[in-house]
Design a protein around this ligand. Structure first.
Ligand code: ADP
Length: 422
């Protein structure tokens, strides 16, 4: 142990001093002078140690005894700490380097909402300047109200899609992840191409459907004329014309649904926001369905008279798709019930049948366009395969969603769920 050696040395020196003092006639003075000399030597060592500690970038001084040992230990732990810091720094540099090279924008925002770091892509996409904007509130720099609202709300389970302001509008998708203590990592992706292609697809479907309607109207017009007076025609012609008329009807329904779907999907559709009385809407639907199925009236269970904000026509088409499906996929004369109620923070428009039901394995795909559980059954019922896609879009356009509950052979319940605060 270094300190034991140091103590022994001190005692040895003092004893030696005492002996020399004794030789000259005063052992005490000899011991005292030696102890003082040792103290001066130690003070010198401490002073050199302190000098070095104040600027430890220099090589350590060459100290003796226990002081040499102390300085060696400090120097070693300092070197270890430096090596550790260098390793950490190179990891941080590596991570920042990989973030910097990303095509997506990456932004680190402090708990206070101020910019800490961002890569080049984020500068281009969001108009941030790094390092000039460091410490500035990010929402003040990105002047898009939805962006500020989204960050302020602190609810990041769903990504935000927004448009940038300025000459060249970009469609951006923002994903936010929290890390450390309240800091956030923003990932920003340019999805303008995706949005444009999606819009082109919608417009294409809408335009084609629209263009096909005119020739179809001419065809059905002639078919109606021929079939109005079938007496003069050979029987095989009449059968063929009837089949043509049936298929023309199907095609007309399909085009109608396609046009309706592209209207609902279109972001530019005129927002027709009104207070929609769902109870009255169901009454009107009941009248329409009674006309189609006089033997099996639609049963209504209305437990609230609340209205919701939205588009009457769209909500009517969603409810009527659900009700007509219930009739199509149920044996004759089984009860079909449409209900309207408030449950907690939700309004629920449910259509329940005791028909053929659906196996749960189909649930996730039911609202896809043209998805059918059973092709043969659907073509018998004359469905277009677009009904539930329309329902889903109407629900989403009204801030709600569609819930599906069904058991094969027992029946189904389709429920449109809307938040009660809309
Ligand atoms: P379709 O025009 O074929 O009815 P939908 O999109 O309305 O298209 O429905 C998709 C599929 O979901 C249907 O083909 C049918 O198999 C199934 N389906 C919809 N509603 C019901 C229901 N009430 N009961 C049983 N199956 C249903």
């Amino acid at each position: 142990m270094a300190w034991i050696t140091a103590v022994f040395r001190l005692v040895g020196f003092v004893a030696l001093g005492a002996i020399v003092g004794w030789y000259f006639g005063d052992a005490q003075l000899g011991a005292l002078l030696t102890a003082f000399a040792v103290l001066v030597f130690w003070s010198l060592q401490v002073w050199r140690l302190q000098e070095w500690l104040q600027d430890s970038t220099q090589a350590p001084p060459d100290l003796h005894g226990i002081w040499g040992e102390i300085i060696a230990r400090i120097y070693k732990s300092q070197r270890d700490a430096n090596a550790h810091q260098e390793r950490l720094q190179s990891t941080v540099d590596y991570l920042l380097g990989s973030f910097a090279a990303m095509r997506d924008g990456v932004v680190i925002v402090e708990d206070s909402g101020r910019l800490r770091w961002c890569n080049d892509a984020a500068q281009g996409l969001l108009g941030l300047r790094y390092p000039d904007d460091t410490g500035q509130p990010v929402s003040n720099i990105v002047r898009v109200p939805e962006f500020a609202e989204y960050l302020g709300a602190g609810e990041f389970s769903e990504p935000l899609v927004f448009e940038t302001a300025g000459t060249f509008t970009l469609h951006l998708q923002l994903v936010v992840t929290r890390f450390a203590e309240g800091d956030t990592l923003l990932f920003v992706r340019d999805i303008s191409d995706r949005v444009r292609i999606e819009q082109m697809r919608r417009e294409f479907v809408g335009n084609v459907s629209h263009e096909l309607r005119t020739p179809l109207t001419v065809i059905t017009g002639y078919l109606d004329t021929f079939l109005a007076d079938p007496g003069n025609m050979p029987a095989p012609y009449v059968t063929a014309l009837k089949q043509m008329a049936g298929q023309a009807d199907r095609m007309e329904n399909l085009l109608k649904d396609l046009l309706w779907l592209s209207r609902i999907e279109s972001t530019e559709r005129a927002e027709k926001e009104e207070q929609v009385d769902i109870a009255a809407l169901l009454d009107e639907l009941q009248d329409e369905v009674t006309y189609m199925y006089p033997d099996n009236p639609l049963q209504l269970e209305i437990s609230c008279r609340d209205k919701i904000q939205g588009d009457y026509q769209e909500l009517y088409s969603a409810a009527s798709n659900l009700v007509l499906n219930a009739f199509k996929y149920s044996p004759d004369h089984t009860p079909i019930v449409a209900s309207w109620e408030q449950s907690g923070t939700e309004f629920r428009l449910a259509v329940q049948d005791r028909g053929v039901g659906i196996d749960p394995s189909h649930f996730s795909r039911l609202t896809e366009r043209f998805y059918r559980v059973d092709d043969s059954r659907s073509s018998q019922t004359g469905g277009t395969g677009l009904g539930l896609a329309i329902v889903k879009h109407v629900a989403a356009a009204h801030g709600g969603h569609l819930e599906i509950n069904s058991k094969l052979g027992e029946g189904s319940t389709f429920t449109l769920v809307f938040p009660a605060d809309i």
